[in-house]
Design a protein around this ligand. Sequence first.
Ligand code: FAD
Length: 427
Amino acid sequence: MERERRPRVVVVGAGFGGLRVVKGLRDAPVDVVLVDRENYHLFQPLLYQVATAALNSSDIAYPVRGILRRIPNATFRFGTVVGADWTTGELELDDSSRLAFDQLVVAAGAVTATFGVAGAGEHAFPLKALEDALVLRSHLLATYEAVATAPSRLDGGWLTFVVVGGGATGVETAGAFSELAREVLAQDFPDLDPGRVRVVLVEMTDHVLAPFHPRLREHAAEELRQRGVELRLGESVARVTPEAVELGGGERIATRTVVWAAGVRPHPVAAALGLPLADGGRVEVAADLSVPGRPGVWAIGDIAATPAPDGGLLPQVAQVAMQGGKHVAGEIRRRLDGEAPRPFRYRDRGSMATIGRRAAVAELPLSLRFTGTLGWLMWLFLHLLYLVGFRNRLSVLVDWAWTYVTWNPASRLILRSLHPDRSRTAG
Ligand SMILES: Cc1cc2nc3c(=O)[nH]c(=O)nc-3n(C[C@H](O)[C@H](O)[C@H](O)COP(=O)(O)OP(=O)(O)OC[C@H]3O[C@@H](n4cnc5c(N)ncnc54)[C@H](O)[C@@H]3O)c2cc1C
């Protein structure tokens, strides 16, 4: 007897949101196809630790097929979605194949936004994909080697590292750069004067960590300063060149390393799919996270304009994506059972950022705020908890513990093929 065809749910993106949808549909009477252009789930919040050699790439990435082994009704499709045919209900992939869906969940995330700043796209380092982190790591280490070979390069700002954007990513990256330079590379390169290393954090507004309570912002800024990070608050970047960054006020900082942590924009696949877009380019969604005018289509996470209770939009953070994914899985189940839609309710579980060893800020519900060692331990614990897979948790814990005791992280490797622009370090 022929088996009855079950509804097919296609999920685009194996990030924080997409994975939650798939897990939430485990045991549901549907077949799930998870599509991603990468074959791994990436834990983006720890990308900067790969860039600064604190962690290995496999610590923060997990093969999707490994995750799906335990979810019998889900399969993986390795490919890039480039469009949709709404008349037939099919996605178009970059290899010209098609994928039919009954329900579609778009969870393709975001891409780096350079806001039209001249030279940023060409000369600044983004920090969004695993390759970005490996390219930056190779560049950082190769820059040190180049200065060790010809110390006169110090005068050209070769050991000046500029981070653009004072949000959590920028703060964490600047803090990690400073720690890497002072604690690790100072020992690796004893002939280089550590006093010549500069880490500069440029932020347009007057404070770092805008969404945090003012007391925590101040604390983070002070911690950064104590760790030798120069804060340029209230300054914007006007231009990035291969040898310098130029600030809005006219100052030129000679550097070969500008890290762009100033923001993201929705993934362009939102427009390619022809979905309705809200201001800013995120996919418009109704209160239940369904896409208006497209029955059976949902959008979650960074790519979606998820409404906030105050009338604005929820931030592009992992918790919004994960909770959105869980909600949509529940809604798909409810639709199958003929039940009425329910609105998505986001529960803010707080925010955290670490500045370095034994220094972090944590803002939790009920106005609970933590700093210092306690905040740092909470940050460590939560990041371990949210990593996918026991193996990754264990390997991150071992790497952190090893570096904590030795200041001798294992992944200080220059990968020549990922050393993008040799002119930056070879000239
Ligand atoms: C450096 C950095 C640090 C961060 N730190 C924090 C933090 O500390 N706390 C926090 O809450 N959030 C943090 N974030 C934000 C957080 O990572 C995102 O909010 C979260 O990943 C969004 O989840 P998502 O499921 O919407 O998208 P993602 O997790 O980005 O997943 C999107 C997936 O879609 C895939 N994809 C994209 N386009 C296509 C396509 N056309 N076809 C097929 N597949 C596609 C991608 O490969 C990816 O796997 C950070 C982000 C970055 C970049």
